[in-house]
Design a protein. Sequence first.
Length: 276
Amino acid sequence: MGSLDGEARESRIFLAAPVSLAEIEEDFSAAIEERDVLAWNARAEMVDAKRERRLWSLVLEEKPLKNPPPEQLAAAMIEGIRAMGLASLPWTENARNLQARVTFLRRLGDVRHDWPDLSDEALLSSLEEWLEPYLAGMTRRAHLANLDLMDALLARLDWKQRQVLDELAPTHLMVPSGSRVPLDYQSGEVPVLAVRLQEMFGVTDTPAIAGGKVQVLLHLLSPARRPVQVTRDLKSFWANSYRAVKADLKGQYPKHYWPDDPLQAEPTARAKPRPR
């Protein structure tokens, strides 16, 4: 009971008397309803699962909900992930590289394989489709650390796509020295192969992927693994730039191998080739 002035939204209370829960339940029993609530709690970064007794918008009682439906828990987790953003998922370098490799192939427009859209925007908008099956038993942000994100992303590819992925967009390339060097798909539209200059001696063809359609961007490195040349034309580098690069680096790294003719030289991952 109470006495107010003004409109309901801006009124002030002048006189009020307490009403017990028992009185409310007796007087408004027909309007009281019980409902289950599962929603993301942004402050606690967890799913709130509770059973409420309400009189219209007034919560009379609430208690934890036992054994909530798994699909509703997953939906609330997805609500939370969408609010927190994809950065809340346990991304690894391999997972990001997989995303970039598939994005690279999709950008090529290879209609034979119809690569899925794994951009952040597409993944965030389709969480229900690809992530929900992996959220069983998860109710808080900390649980996401146990998520096998790599497996969830790979599940976006069909059998045929998985078969050709490593062929068309390999994670590594074998270079003339025999080293297996990782490819970087995340730095730009063209994959980057960062390799020491001496490991590429003896070849003129820039390595290519995607069935030979795309030459990689070579970052030729000094012995200290600093880029000394960025090129997609290895033949032109040997013919036009190598001499100047050699003159500069030979003084800095005199113990390393700096042949006059790089096309006749033996590629090596060591300071100098092994003696024969």
